[in-house]
Design a protein around this ligand. Structure first.
Ligand SMILES: Cc1cc2nc3c(=O)[nH]c(=O)nc-3n(C[C@H](O)[C@H](O)[C@H](O)COP(=O)(O)OP(=O)(O)OC[C@H]3O[C@@H](n4cnc5c(N)ncnc54)[C@H](O)[C@@H]3O)c2cc1C
Ligand code: SF4
Ligand code: SF4
Ligand code: SF4
Length: 442
């Protein structure tokens, strides 16, 4: 039977729900409500499940249900007919690729080069859209970021920068289904896949959603990732008034940005990426389990995808630079005619995300076997060495360790700290050994 029980057995009980909220947003009977689970991730909870009419829509729009068509197939349907469209295994379809940054104000305010905000403001100013569905910061420690609908360029500026925090779309999807307007939506690849699936079932969404913009995504983190850092910064999660993940700090390269929090008393605390944040991020601690089964890097279903220019020629400029992959002729035209964005080969864009490509795609097979999850993914293999596989397996275990520590409740910070310190200690020991060898000339 195609009802909530199928979503429960095929997605929720397998632990691969990413918490996008699309199932709850489209349910005609409002049977589902998004709420936090014990791991600090969103999940649909049965609300008035006795009202369920077994329409199956919740399953049909879920990006993690096995539909027999993955991002490749969806991309093929959406974009393969566009004249001069090109394709690579890594990026999916693309019409053009660009590098550059927005005007100075938008650039400095943005996560990377401010390209997303620049484009959203341009589309609003040229009256090509009426509204934008994106993510805004909130002064609520229980929900530091949330999806919102905005309609002015100043609101777009207020929403800039990346939120490495769970957000869910159920509310904005319900709202937009009840309106007549032209919107652009910003989201992570799995969210844009959910939007694309939902558009195929709901004429209202097809009519209203004119552009889908994706953020290239290496991994999603649970809410506990932020709360862990708040504690490490010497504050309590309930005392936080605002949190910024991409504070650009003068004199540092764009890859070494800061996390910055302001507490309720106005105290501002900053921590640099190089000061341990990178170890927690790159070690896959707090990574959502669904992300181990995701091989969409460049948001293959979106009209355009945006990312950091992680290339040596751009990283030195701490103001940040964006790379963009476009699959839409109007978007390509806007970037081409901007005077500030230049064409870049798709190969360079892939090179900028090579670590993500390797991490996401090389690891899927291992996870699929280990977790007994039979998600149908493309058979993509990278030349991964045995050493690399062992490293990836260790990172996966880090995420599982965090899940266990959180499920145990009290003392989870201490347990995670000990594990992180342990791995840092091992690395340090190796470095000392190498240094000694050098000193002794061996
Ligand atoms: C979880 C996550 C993982 C990422 N991983 C990578 C990566 O591995 N490599 C890489 O190059 N880039 C990654 N990015 C994208 C990168 O951090 C920037 O968001 C992107 O380059 C756009 O920068 P910008 O300056 O053009 O955007 P800005 O002008 O700063 O605008 C960003 C827009 O995105 C919206 N937004 C922010 N967070 C979210 C969110 N969680 N969901 C939906 N919308 C959001 C904002 O509201 C704003 O409208 C990731 C982003 C996120 C949120
Ligand atoms: S009414 Fe339809 S969408 Fe809602 S829970 Fe039941 S099957 Fe899912
Ligand atoms: S649609 Fe989104 S929130 Fe609902 S079960 Fe699937 S992944 Fe989870
Ligand atoms: S890694 Fe994939 S599943 Fe995880 S948040 Fe990013 S796009 Fe979604």
């Amino acid at each position: 039977m195609k009802d909530f029980s199928l979503l429960l057995s095929e997605v929720l009980q397998k632990g691969i729900c990413v918490g996008c909220g699309m199932c709850a947003g489209v349910c005609p009977k409002h049977c589902l409500a998004m709420d936090w689970n014990i791991l600090g991730q969103y999940e649909p909870q049965p609300n008035s499940i006795s009202e369920c009419i077994s329409c199956g829509l919740c399953i049909k729009v879920c990006p993690f249900y096995e539909h027999g068509i993955n991002e490749d197939g969806i991309g093929q349907k959406l974009f393969s007919v566009i004249p001069n469209i090109k394709h690579t295994e890594e990026t999916g379809f693309y019409l053009g690729a660009f590098a550059g940054a927005a005007d100075e104000e938008t650039r400095l305010n943005g996560a990377s080069g401010g390209a997303v905000s620049w484009l959203l403001k341009k589309l609003l100013e040229e009256k090509r859209i009426d509204k934008v569905i994106t993510v805004e910061p909130c002064a609520n420690p229980e929900k530091l970021f949330r999806y919102t609908i905005v309609s002015s360029p100043s609101d777009v500026d207020r929403c800039a920068k990346s939120a490495y925090y769970p957000v869910e779309m159920s509310g904005v999807i319900r709202e937009i289904m009840a309106q007549d307007c032209r919107v652009a939506i910003v989201g992570l690849p799995c969210f844009i896949k959910a939007v694309t699936l939902a558009k195929s079932f709901f004429p209202k969404l097809r009519q209203n959603i004119h552009f889908t913009f994706g953020l290239v995504c290496g991994q999603g983190k649970s809410r506990m990732f932020t709360e862990y850092h708040i504690v490490k910064m010497g504050a309590e999660p309930q005392d936080v008034a605002s949190f910024t993940y991409r504070k650009k700090v003068s004199g540092f390269p764009s890859s070494n940005y800061a996390f910055e929090m302001v507490d309720v008393s106005g105290r501002r605390i900053r921590k640099m990426w190089s000061d341990g944040i990178g170890d927690i991020w790159g070690g896959d601690y707090f990574k959502q389990k669904s992300c181990f089964f995701c091989d969409d890097i460049f948001t293959e279903c979106a009209d355009a995808a945006f990312m950091d220019a992680w290339l040596p020629e751009f990283v030195r400029d701490g103001r940040g630079t964006s790379l963009i992959i476009s699959r839409n002729s109007l978007i390509s035209q806007l970037f081409s005619n901007s005077g500030t964005y230049t064409d870049i080969p798709a190969e360079k864009v892939i090179e900028s995300q090579y670590g993500v490509v390797e991490n996401k795609r090389g690891f899927i097979r291992y996870c699929s076997a280990d977790m007994d999850v039979t998600l149908k993914k493309r058979d993509f293999s990278l030349p991964l060495s045995g050493k690399k596989i062992r490293l990836l397996q260790k990172k996966y275990k880090n995420a599982c360790f965090v899940h266990q520590a959180l499920a145990q409740g009290d003392g989870w910070i201490g347990r995670i700290d000990r594990r992180v310190r342990g791995s840092l200690f091992i690395r340090l020991k190796k470095q000392i050994k190498q240094r000694l060898k050098q000193l002794l000339g061996k």
